[in-house]
Ligand binder design. Structure first.
Ligand SMILES: Cc1ncc(COP(=O)(O)O)c(C=O)c1O
Length: 489
């Protein structure tokens, strides 16, 4: 017998033989269809369970999931916002979902037109001249951006000396990882007391060895880098490129464009700002936009349009391209969702989304930190997210930020991002996004404030009302058990 809130593995409820489902007919394959070394030698060890058992098992598991359809999910830096269902519907249309990447160009003119128009829309939103839709994630876009920077310096005969990429200490972790994967050395600079780029530190780090400076604006503290034009000037004077991590684009779209701020290369996270769900390893899209002089380095094929023939086609004719970074043309269904979202919102709608995202973040920031229970390092106005600190609670009651956010789960709320960015002690990073109503913001802050007054022992041992209590997070990350085979071993 299993306790009612326990969900055993389907293997553990299965029997040795008998099954509830109709058996599929035997498959008769001609000898040699499957190469000998690939043919299965032993029967598959499938669990034998009846149909209702399968249904109940997976329904129970699905009820333990938490998503935006359940409630607020304010994971800072992750932009977990509610996405209109129409995007899903359009991405599921037969004409969209069932096209095959090997279909002839003349049969997929609509798909090509959509990609072409999406590229143009994203160029307009970011102020860039050319865009590639190939990368499958933000980090993948960063990697492509760094390969473009390499190709640029190589074409100028400077790659040998330009080996360094500079980053501020607020940078998202993927930035240094992507630059290092592209073969660059990382130089980190400390932010100033405002939480923004320290110009003196930047000047000190820039040299003829610099290939690029990577920056997100607003940065991961949610603060706008208002010296950005001065930063761009310094970077360009040093002969380097300025890279924009556009994962935070929902803080400025319709208001300001990285292309106008002086950025040379930009990546976007369509699976954040442009309405595909973010996370869980699902397909994403991290398009990369560049200024004209870098366009020739973008991956092939580029989607092109022949006006005379009124015909869209894949253009492979770019000898200086860095090559492909994804099979076929990227994750098409994510592109369809983004195109639907942008078309339905229009320019005014996108700007309004930005305004509400910023208003929501600042409203929550004020409400949460006004009482002093949570403090606010760096006093400036925030854009779409803010980072508070739980250091006062640690001092007074010995409870850590991790304890507080675990306790949130007892109230049926998803924890925010914690301990990032690293320059904030006991960091609590909240991004409410534009899609949350005021009531949800109020409820979330009120629960955080009332947890701060609870008994320390209750907080430290949370969560209490969830199917699983406090888990060994480091252990779970280090000792991955992902398959039944691994578990048996
Ligand atoms: C600021 C920033 N940069 C880069 C990324 C990386 O994007 P992805 O998770 O799609 O690789 C994220 C992810 O949320 C981010 O917040």
């Amino acid at each position: 017998m299993f306790a009612s809130n326990e969900v055993p593995l389907i293997r553990d409820i299965g029997r040795k033989d008998g099954a509830g489902a109709l058996m599929l007919p035997e498959v008769s394959l001609k000898n040699g269809t499957i190469p000998e070394k690939m043919a299965r030698k032993t029967p598959l060890e499938l669990p034998c369970v009846s149909k209702p058992e399968v249904m109940r098992h997976y329904t129970k598991l699905s009820k333990r999931n938490y998503g935006l359809d359940d409630g607020i999910y304010p994971l800072g830096s992750c932009t977990m916002k509610y996405n209109p269902k129409i995007n899903e519907e359009v991405a599921g249309w037969e004409e969209v979902a069932n096209t095959h990447p090997y279909q002839d160009e003349c049969l997929v003119q609509g798909n090509l037109e959509l990609m072409y128009n999406l590229e143009r829309a994203l160029c307009e939103i970011t102020g860039m001249d050319a865009m590639s839709l190939q990368p499958a994630a933000g980090a993948h876009g960063e990697f492509l951006g760094m390969l473009v920077a390499r190709a640029y310096h190589e074409a100028n005969g400077e790659l040998e000396k330009r080996k360094q990429v500079i980053l501020p200490d607020t940078a998202h972790g993927t930035n240094p990882a992507s630059a290092a994967m592209a073969g660059f050395e990382i130089v980190e600079i400390k932010s100033n007391d405002d939480g923004t780029v320290d110009l003196e530190n930047l000047k000190g780090a820039l040299s003829e060895k610099t290939a690029a400076f990577m920056l997100t604006n607003p940065n991961t503290l949610g603060i706008f880098e208002n010296q950005i034009t001065e930063i761009a000037k310094l970077v360009h004077e040093a002969g380097a490129l300025l890279y924009y991590d556009g994962a935070n684009m929902n803080a400025i779209m319709g208001k300001a464009r990285p292309g106008d701020m002086g950025f040379d290369i930009v990546h976007l996270n369509l699976h954040k700002t442009f309405a595909s769900p973010h996370g869980c390893g699902g397909p994403g899209s991290g398009p990369v936009g560049v200024k004209e002089r870098l366009a020739k380095f973008l991956p092939v094929p580029r989607v092109a349009y022949d006006e005379e023939e009124d015909y869209y086609f894949f253009d492979y004719d770019e000898p200086e391209s860095i090559g492909k970074v994804h099979s076929f043309y990227g994750n098409f269904s994510v592109l369809v969702r983004a195109y639907t979202y942008i078309s339905m919102m229009g320019a005014d709608g996108l700007m309004e989304a930005t305004e509400i995202a910023v208003l929501n973040a600042n409203y929550m920031k004020e409400k949460l930190t006004a009482s002093g229970k949570y403090t606010l390092p760096f006093k400036r106005l925030r854009k779409h997210e803010f980072v508070a600190s739980g250091e006062k609670l640690l001092e007074k009651k010995g409870v850590r930020t991790m304890d507080i956010v675990k306790r949130l789960m007892d109230y049926g709320m998803h924890p925010p991002t914690v301990y990032f960015p690293h320059l904030v002690h006991e960091a609590i990073m909240i991004e409410p996004t534009e899609s949350e109503p005021k009531q949800a913001l109020d409820d979330y802050v009120n629960v955080l404030l009332s947890i701060a007054d609870e008994d320390a022992e209750v907080i430290k041992s949370a969560p209490h009302n969830t199917p699983v209590g406090r888990i060994d997070e480091a252990g779970a990350a280090k000792n991955l058990v992902l398959t039944w085979k691994m578990m048996k071993e």
